[in-house]
Structure formats: structure tokens, C-alpha cells
Design a protein around this ligand. Structure first.
Ligand SMILES: Cc1cc2nc3c(=O)[nH]c(=O)nc-3n(C[C@H](O)[C@H](O)[C@H](O)COP(=O)(O)OP(=O)(O)OC[C@H]3O[C@@H](n4cnc5c(N)ncnc54)[C@H](O)[C@@H]3O)c2cc1C
Length: 416
């Protein structure tokens, strides 16, 4: 039977990044991924262009990932604007008077994954095993046992699961999660447009649907249209000329004519937060720990933060001669990550709930929220700080977990 120090389940952006973080240790790391090696080696564009925060850029630089990405693949995000309903009134964010020139950067998911894979395969102590599905997992004080669909079994000192928001291993370990099904689907694609975006992101909370434009380099953007899932097929199959016109109109006509580039991709929107992020010799990472609604662009950013925090604490333990899988090590990661994730998770869900509510009181509140944001600079700066993580999260005062609001109106399931 194969025996390693750490098994990572899931070779997505979070799992592979964690492999990179452990590359400078003596730990023997095995990443298990059900996709084919070809798909991991050369990931294809999947419609997702990520807004990357300043903190994530720093982590990516430390891991040697940033340098691997061609600068033409990185688009600076200099400003963001939010509009509501049919009104032209705009809540604006920019870096004017701040220490940085950009709010963040846009990079496609497949470009990031390519950089992470190219980095991780250079590590002598990290192995990526493709085309293997984990079907069984158990841990106790002595170690962990992972079973694959092929029947192969692997022993490890510790297991880290980064196997997506619907994590089967989270269930196997009996860890419950809060799940919010928004009943909506995000349709994502790239588009060329007639008038320049000036590196400004737009979030248009129209009635019935939400449109977001994320500026790439040149007169090209990544566009996200969020609609009730019952209407998703209509948008996915809409004839291109009509689709282009619908998008141009939804964005208020300010970019002139729009032209769909390539394919449309659909992502049903379900947000998940595990109720604890660790168990005996077991840790949840990435979307398996916290799967965010994409409107505040925090999923991968949180995953990257989490893996860095876990790797750092494990390395400290090793330096102190303690076991890297000891309960205080895992507990420390769990606590720190939840402190960062819970306010963002619940804040994001509250924004989504408000800006998809079309009752009269909600419409009035939506308008008031935009004006409040514009007229109170500390609020605006607080939001910028939260969204971009300029200077990391350390300067922020995070609310205590037990003071967070409950969002009872969003369909909510407890999953085991
Ligand atoms: C439309 C959209 C826009 C987004 N925009 C942003 C953004 O701007 N900024 C941002 O930070 N985030 C964004 N996100 C979130 C981001 O996509 C995720 O947070 C991130 O991709 C999660 O990575 P992960 O590695 O945790 O999970 P995944 O990418 O889901 O990877 C999990 C991996 O585990 C493997 N796996 C699953 N089960 C098993 C098993 N049993 N055995 C073996 N392997 C298994 C899967 O094959 C997969 O490769 C967006 C998401 C969406 C949908």
C-alpha cells in the first residue's frame, strides 16, 4: 500500500496551490484528481475570468506563480461601478487617493491553473495522480486511509480535501454545511465591444437579471449575466445577434455594440459554507470549505488565503518539532479561515438577496444603499478594502462569528 505524508483530494486551483506551498518542505505530498492528466496539464478556457485581489497577487508571487503568467494575460482593474434597476445612478469605486493604482487584476481561471500546474510539477516532493476518483475516506488518531474507485488504498498522516463545493469527502467525514441555492444561473462568456471600458468593472443589478462586465485587455470583456435558472437555456441558446443586442441593452448601451466571442458557459449558483473546516487529521480547503456566490469575486481568493495560512502553520509546527497534523495546527487554520470567510460569505449572500429582491421596500433600500455608499467615504473605503484586500485582512476588524446575521429567507439546507 502507498504511504505518504499528505494526500490532497482535488487538483483544482486550491489543491494545486497547496501543493506549491508545500514544495519547500520535506513532506511527501500526493494530489489525487479525477480529471485526465491532459486536462490538468493543459486546462481549457471555461468562461471564468477571476478578479484577483492584492493579497492573492502577493501569495501568487511568493509561490512563483505570478511570474509564470504572461503580462498580456493580466488585465488591471482600475475602477468599479454599480447601477441598480432602470436608473443611471452609479455607485463608484476607484483607487483615487489610495496607495495602489489598481483595485485588482483579471486573469482567467485556466491561465492560473496552467501556471500552478507548471509550478507544482517542478517540485520533487509533490506527485499529481490523475484519473482517480476518491470513493472512501476515514481518519483516526493514527492516520488516514483513502480509497480510490479502482480499489487502490493510500495511507497518509493527514488528508486535505479540495474537491469542490459539493465535496463528497466532506460528507464522508460527517462535516455539515450551510447551503444556499439561489435558484439562479450565471452565464459567462467573453465579448468584444465598440466603446472602451477604461479598465472599469460594471455590476448592473437590473430587474429580472444581473449583468456584470469585467474589463480584459483591449476592447474585450468577460461578461456575466445572471438569470433565474428557468430562463438559463433561453440565454444559452439565443441566436448570437439577438444575444449581442440583449447584452448591449442590459449594459445600458454604454459600450456600443457587443459581439460574443466563443462559447457561453453556465454555472448554477449555490453557495456553501462548511460548519467546521477540520476534523481529526483532516482539513477542508478551497470551495470544499467555502463555495462563494461569484458576485464579490472571492472564491479562489479565499482558497488561496486558506491554503497559505494552513501551509504556514504546518511549517511552523515542523520547525518546532511538532506533528504538522496536530489538532492545534488544524484548529488554528480553521479559526483564521472562518474569521476571514464568514463575513464575506454572509455579506455576499445579503447583497445578492437584496439586489435580486424586487418588492417596493427592497427597491427603495437598493437605491438608498447605493447613495449611502457614495456619500460616506469610510463605507466606500471599507468596501474597497474588503473586496480588494489591499494590505491583506489584518487591518480589518472582523465581526465575531456569533454576531453575524442569519439569512433565513434564502433557501437553506443543512448537508451532511
Ligand atoms: C462564474 C464564476 C465566476 C467566478 N469568479 C471568481 C473571481 O472573480 N474571483 C475568485 O476568487 N473566484 C471566482 N470564482 C470562484 C472560483 O471559481 C472557485 O473558488 C475556485 O475555482 C475553486 O477552486 P477549488 O480548487 O476549490 O475547486 P474546484 O475548481 O471545483 O476543483 C475541485 C477539483 O476536485 C476534483 N474532484 C472532485 N471530487 C473528486 C474526487 N472524489 N476524487 C478526485 N478528485 C475530485 C475535481 O475534478 C476538481 O478538479 C468564480 C466562480 C464562478 C462559477
Amino acid at each position: 500500500m502507498k504511504r505518504v505524508d499528505v494526500v490532497v483530494i482535488g487538483g483544482g486551483a486550491a489543491g494545486l496551490s497547496f501543493g506549491c506551498s508545500l514544495a519547500d518542505t520535506k513532506l511527501n505530498v500526493l494530489i489525487l484528481e479525477r480529471q485526465s492528466l491532459k486536462d490538468i496539464r493543459s486546462p481549457q478556457y471555461d468562461g471564468r475570468d477571476f478578479a484577483i485581489t492584492h493579497h492573492s497577487k502577493k501569495v501568487m508571487q511568493e509561490l512563483g506563480l505570478w511570474e509564470r503568467i504572461d503580462s498580456s494575460e493580466i488585465a488591471p482593474l482600475e475602477a468599479a461601478k454599480v447601477v441598480d434597476g432602470a436608473s443611471d445612478y452609479t455607485l463608484a469605486f476607484d483607487t483615487h487617493g489610495r496607495a495602489v493604482n489598481e483595485l485588482g487584476y483579471l486573469i482567467s481561471n485556466h491561465t492560473i491553473r496552467q501556471a500552478i500546474y507548471d509550478q507544482v510539477v517542478e517540485a520533487n516532493n509533490v506527485e499529481v495522480q490523475a484519473e482517480c476518483e476518491v470513493t472512501g475516506l476515514s481518519t483516526d488518531d493514527q492516520g488516514a486511509l483513502v480509497t480510490l474507485a479502482s480499489g487502490e488504498q493510500i495511507e497518509a498522516e493527514m488528508v486535505v480535501s479540495a474537491d469542490n463545493r459539493f465535496s463528497s469527502t466532506r460528507r464522508m467525514m460527517g462535516i455539515s454545511a450551510e447551503m444556499f441555492d439561489f435558484g439562479r444561473t450565471a452565464i459567462v462568456f467573453r465579448a468584444n465591444h465598440q466603446r472602451p471600458h477604461q479598465q472599469t468593472a460594471w455590476e448592473c443589478f437590473r430587474y429580472g437579471r444581473t449583468l456584470a462586465l469585467l474589463p480584459l485587455n483591449g476592447d474585450r470583456a468577460s461578461v456575466v449575466i445572471t438569470v433565474p435558472t428557468s430562463q438559463a437555456d433561453r440565454y444559452l441558446n439565443m441566436e448570437p445577434a439577438l444575444f449581442n443586442a440583449t447584452i448591449a441593452e442590459g449594459l445600458g448601451g454604454q459600450f456600443g455594440e457587443m459581439e460574443l466571442v466563443g462559447q457561453r458557459y453556465a454555472y448554477p449558483l449555490v453557495a456553501v459554507h462548511a460548519n467546521r473546516l477540520h476534523s481529526t487529521r483532516f482539513v477542508l480547503l478551497g470551495d470544499a470549505a467555502v463555495g462563494m456566490h461569484p458576485v464579490t469575486a472571492h472564491g479562489y481568493n479565499l482558497g488561496l488565503r486558506g491554503q497559505a495560512s494552513l501551509a504556514k502553520r504546518m511549517k511552523q509546527a515542523i520547525a518546532n518539532g511538532e506533528p504538522f497534523y496536530a489538532e492545534p495546527v488544524l484548529q488554528h487554520y480553521d479559526h483564521r479561515q472562518q474569521l476571514a470567510s464568514r463575513p464575506i460569505f454572509h455579506g455576499t449572500n445579503a447583497i445578492v438577496r437584496l439586489f435580486t429582491n424586487e418588492t417596493l421596500p427592497a427597491k427603495l433600500l437598493r437605491k438608498a444603499a447605493l447613495r449611502f455608499g457614495n456619500h460616506f467615504p469610510p463605507v466606500q473605503w471599507g468596501i474597497i478594502h474588503k473586496l480588494t484586500e489591499v494590505g491583506g485582512m489584518s487591518g480589518l476588524s472582523l465581526p465575531k462569528l456569533d454576531t453575524l446575521p442569519s439569512f433565513s429567507k434564502i433557501p437553506r439546507y443543512s448537508v451532511r
